[in-house]
Design a protein around this ligand. Structure first.
Ligand SMILES: *[C@@H]1O[C@H](CO)[C@@H](O)[C@H](O)[C@H]1NC(C)=O
Ligand SMILES: *[C@@H]1O[C@H](CO)[C@@H](O)[C@H](O)[C@H]1NC(C)=O
Ligand SMILES: *[C@@H]1O[C@H](CO)[C@@H](O)[C@H](O)[C@H]1NC(C)=O
Length: 465
């Protein structure tokens, strides 16, 4: 009898543990990631497909930009730049958006719209999961592959000023940094002055490859007095003059070095009508993303409706811009306008590298990847690409080459879109109650929770009595 009740109790404990495990499994996302993530071996890049011909494009293409500056303004909502506030308070930026050599997008941030996961999305191109939360309890440092890690591995010098979250995420990656604390939300002056005070000296120096600035003031104003406060306009004007200072300095440097640089203006998340953020309303997820470089064509001055892209697309774009491998867990796709001005052979090379990286990630996360429409599109594009390169190397310059080139390009862009979507929904499926997840999944999670409770309760009752 004693043995019997002991065994019964043991099975109760087992059921409880199992129940909790099932609950956690169902309730938290299993992130999509590369199996080789912990090793960070440098894999050789995929060579250019050439359908049997001999192509010597086996290495990564050289960088498109000599220097990259990222200006991240916390809680910068899309309409602060593209709307009437932008016209009024950010005249220089508005001019660049409308008539300058730039490409503008509205980058969609996935919830939770809070700073740390958004920085991760921007720099790794991946979507975070529960595992990261557990991992981050003992070590806040980011373990995933990221643009910053790749830049450091390639010997690039990265400098950072701003929100100290970055310093925690990338502890040994910056050759120079100054972290500001976001602890005092009531302060919206010193947090930004502490960043700006370094600008004059750092812009004069040429000994860096990437400069990242994270301004917190705007977010703090949002929290104190909301998006319609008069303080917002003043802050936007301040940010506009900072952007002008950086842009002017980069342009004058370019005249000496004759190699283009890239200036990126972005937000991490937006802010709601009450000035808060964290959830998934349009105001919270819509951020501006503006890429500025003299290597782009000037805009004709007509756009006011930038294309919607994903925040995770920046990582792949930056990697290609800096001549680095795309971070392994990135689910984003290259923002194509950035390479539009390049010769067709180079455009196809960049698209190929990005699709290879995405389809590898798909292979590692989906057993039936071969049936995925994105994977099929990729295989088809790669085959056509090989034919194109073969004709190109044979110096065939007929119309056949031209129309084939256009076809391959379209095929790659379609493949990128489908692959990127497959990988992102793969994540969403595991994250039951996120806004983008199917409701079925959410209901499932809750059902499991209920069932576990049902199982656990009588067990616990007998066990304790
Ligand atoms: C490939 O070969 C061509 C002609 O031989 C040469 O001009 C070019 O620089 C080579 N490219 C690379 C990436 O080695
Ligand atoms: C700004 O810098 C000063 C001096 O380095 C420091 O004492 C202060 O805490 C910094 N402020 C913030 C908000 O980080
Ligand atoms: C170019 O390639 C096409 C298709 O293979 C072929 O029909 C055409 O004759 C070639 N033209 C030249 C000039 O080699």
């Amino acid at each position: 009898m004693r043995l019997g009740s002991g065994a019964f109790a043991a099975s109760c404990v087992a059921i409880e543990v199992l129940g909790v495990a099932i609950f956690l499994r169902g309730f938290f996302p299993a992130p999509v990631r590369s199996s080789s993530r912990t090793e960070h071996r440098a894999e050789p890049p995929a060579p250019e497909p050439a359908a049997g011909a001999r192509s010597n494009w086996t290495k990564l293409p050289p960088p498109l930009f000599n220097k990259v500056v990222i200006v991240l303004i916390d809680a910068l909502r899309d309409d602060f730049v593209f709307g009437s506030k932008g016209v009024k308070y950010m005249p220089y930026t508005s001019y660049l958006v409308e008539k300058g050599a730039s490409h503008s997008f509205v980058a969609e941030a996935k919830p939770p719209t809070v700073t740390m996961p958004r920085i991760k999305a921007l720099m790794t191109g991946s979507l975070p999961g529960f595992v990261d939360v557990i991992r981050n309890l003992n070590s806040p440092a980011l373990l995933e592959d990221s643009v910053i890690r790749q830049a450091k591995a390639a010997g690039k010098r990265v400098i950072f000023y701003g929100d100290e979250t970055w310093v925690k995420l990338f502890p040994k990656h910056f050759v120079e940094y100054d972290g500001t604390t976001s602890f005092f939300v009531s302060d919206y002056t010193e947090v930004d002055d502490n960043v700006t005070r370094h600008l004059d000296t750092v812009l004069k120096r040429g000994d860096w490859d990437m400069l990242i600035l994270h301004y917190l003031g705007l977010d703090h104003i949002g929290h104190i007095s909301g998006p319609n406060s008069p303080l917002i306009g003043r802050k936007l004007s301040e940010m506009d003059s900072i952007l002008m200072k950086i842009h002017t300095s980069l342009m004058s440097k370019e005249r000496e070095t004759l190699s283009p640089s890239l200036l990126v203006l972005c937000g991490d998340h937006g802010m709601s009508e009450t000035g808060s953020h964290g959830a998934s309303s349009t105001e919270e997820v819509s951020t501006p993303l503006i890429l500025i470089s003299s290597s782009f064509e000037r805009r004709p001055g007509d756009i006011r409706h930038p294309k919607r892209v994903q925040q995770t697309d920046l990582a792949a774009t930056l990697a290609i811009g800096l001549g680095l491998p795309i971070p392994k867990d990135s689910v984003g796709s290259l923002l194509f306008p950035v390479v539009e001005g390049k010769p067709v052979r180079e455009q196809l090379r960049f698209l190929h590298l990005n699709t290879v990286q995405l389809s590898k990630l798909l292979q590692e996360n989906m057993p039936s990847y071969e049936k995925d429409p994105g994977f099929e599109q990729f295989k088809m594009a790669e085959r056509l690409h090989g034919n194109w390169v073969k004709l190109h190397l044979e110096e065939n310059r007929s119309d056949v080459l031209l129309s084939l080139g256009t076809k391959v390009l379209r095929q790659y862009l379609g493949a990128l879109k489908t692959l990127s979507l497959s990988l992102s929904t793969q994540v969403a499926q595991f994250s039951p109650c996120s806004s983008s997840a199917p409701h079925r999944r959410c209901a499932e999670g809750l059902t499991w929770k209920f069932l576990c409770g049902l199982l656990c309760f009588p067990c616990s009752f007998i066990w304790y009595s």
